[in-house]
Design a protein around this ligand. Structure first.
Ligand code: XUL
Ligand code: CO
Length: 446
């Protein structure tokens, strides 16, 4: 069903209605210029290509605070009630008003984003259940779905030495209580995925760290979480979100390649996939496209956290993704690899500390949705109209027949190959044509 605007008793974004598609010539900052949800590209509607999701933590909990000004700059009118449960209900109203006015089909949350912690694990779970029941009604009224849920097992002081990788076993039951309740919440809300981002799963100093034991504990914990989820009826995909550093110096889920090895080592590869975030890729010294391609090649692409960082500094700045070149490179990989499936594109991004108008939250998302839509259109043009695919195929043509094909299928041993060296002789030089590929891409970015 089309998304229905769903407000609570108070309207938090007055004066802003449902965001419409007005086309590339529109000057309206509160309209889509490229994202036209029903437009079909490469056999699929834009809505299905992206499955856009709103990140609860940035958009409804983030106040623009930073280490030099933790009090923040951005008004959160839904966070004024003195009772934290009332505040959580108000936040839910604001969230669904925003999500439905924007027309995004999905949202994502941490347990602590939607409900406050109580003084015991049981009380925290009770709070979460109360908010989940309300969220379920909002979902039914609006047609918005949950892309993924997760547990915040990194903010509380008890997790300072790690969550599932904590050297002290007494922390593990706390992690289990949170993860179990968050999996239950995700099932209750029909979430398509459940995410593990290992914020504190890593270390600062090898001097006090038994890395092997910590990783074994992480593998064991995830197996138990998977087993519980399946027993409780979770049919979706578990996702690990890689990040190489921050907050810890060395995070265990460094990048896609590291996570692929980890999943295979601990027997998790059939239930888990990867949630890739652009800014995390940058921190790992990779491009988003590289990380996505790596996961696709392993059959483990799960979902995406779309944002961008600054390649010149080493921080996770979580800016809204608007770099057209990066959007195009990403969509080129996705179009060639069958798309995003039951994953989506979650805006793990925050407006800048100085973007303080309520409409800035809309503008930030609209700009990013338009940039990705434009990337999709450009990438599709490159694939349909240019020589790109043909050139790439021809580069590997020597493996399509004869000895190349025999090698690829494992029929040539090393001695036979070695003998061919003089029979075949020095290979002729074949240009890699990188600049031509770059020129083709830029030719279509218009
Ligand atoms: C932190 C980050 C998280 C995860 C969910 O860098 O990306 O918000 O996406 O825990
Ligand atoms: Co993220």
């Amino acid at each position: 069903m089309p998304i229905q605007v769903t407000t609570g008793s108070r309207e938090y974004f007055p004066g802003i209605g449902k965001i419409k598609y007005e086309g590339a010539d529109s000057d309206n900052p509160l309209a889509f210029k490229y994202y036209d949800e029903n437009r079909v590209i490469a056999g699929k509607s834009m809505k299905d290509h992206f499955r856009f999701a709103i990140a609860y933590w940035h958009s409804f909990c983030g106040n623009g605070g930073d280490p030099f000004g933790p009090a923040g700059t951005i008004d959160l009118p839904w966070d004024e009630a003195s009772d934290p449960m009332q505040s959580a209900r108000d936040k839910l109203d604001a969230a669904f008003e925003f999500i439905t006015k924007l027309g995004a089909g999905f949202y994502c949350f941490h347990d602590r984003d939607i409900a406050p912690a109580g003084s015991t694990a049981a009380e925290s779970e009770k709070n979460l259940k109360t908010l989940v029941e309300l969220a379920k009604k909002k979902q039914a009224a609006s047609g918005v779905n949950l892309l993924w849920g997760t547990a915040n097992v990194f903010t509380h002081a008890r997790y300072m030495n790690g969550a599932a990788t904590n050297p002290d076993f007494h922390v593990i039951p706390q992690v289990a209580a949170q993860v179990k309740a968050a999996i239950d919440a995700t099932i209750e809300l029909g979430g398509d995925n459940y995410v593990f981002w290992g914020g504190r799963e890593g270390y600062y100093s090898l001097l006090n760290t038994d890395m092997k034991r910590e990783l074994d504990h992480l593998g064991m914990f995830l197996q138990k979480a998977r087993d519980y989820g399946r027993k409780a009826g979770f049919k979706g995909t578990f996702l690990i979100e890689p990040k190489p550093m921050e907050p810890t110096k060395h995070q265990y889920d460094f990048d896609s390649a590291t996570v692929i090895g980890f999943l295979n080592k601990y027997g998790l590869q059939d239930d888990f996939k990867i949630n890739i975030e652009n800014n995390h890729a940058t921190l790992a010294g990779h491009s988003f496209a590289h990380e996505v391609q790596t996961a696709c090649d392993a059959g483990l692409l799960g979902s995406l956290d779309v944002n961008q960082g600054d390649p010149h500094n080493g921080w996770d700045t979580d800016e809204f993704m608007h770099d057209l070149h990066e959007c195009t490179s990403l969509m080129l990989v996705l179009l060639q690899n069958g798309g995003i499936g039951k994953g989506g594109m979650n805006f793990d991004a925050k407006r800048r500390r100085s973007s303080t108008d309520a409409e800035d939250l809309f503008i930030a998302h609209i700009s990013s949705m338009d940039s990705l839509a434009r990337g999709l259109i450009i990438a599709d043009n490159v694939l349909q109209k240019s020589n790109y695919l043909k050139m790439k195929k021809e580069r590997y043509a020597s493996y399509d027949s004869g000895n190349g094909k025999a090698f690829e299928s494992g029929k040539l041993d090393l001695e036979t190959l070695a003998k061919m060296a003089d029979e075949i002789g020095e290979p002729k030089q074949i240009s890699g044509k990188q600049e031509l590929y770059e020129a083709i891409l830029n030719q279509y970015i218009r």
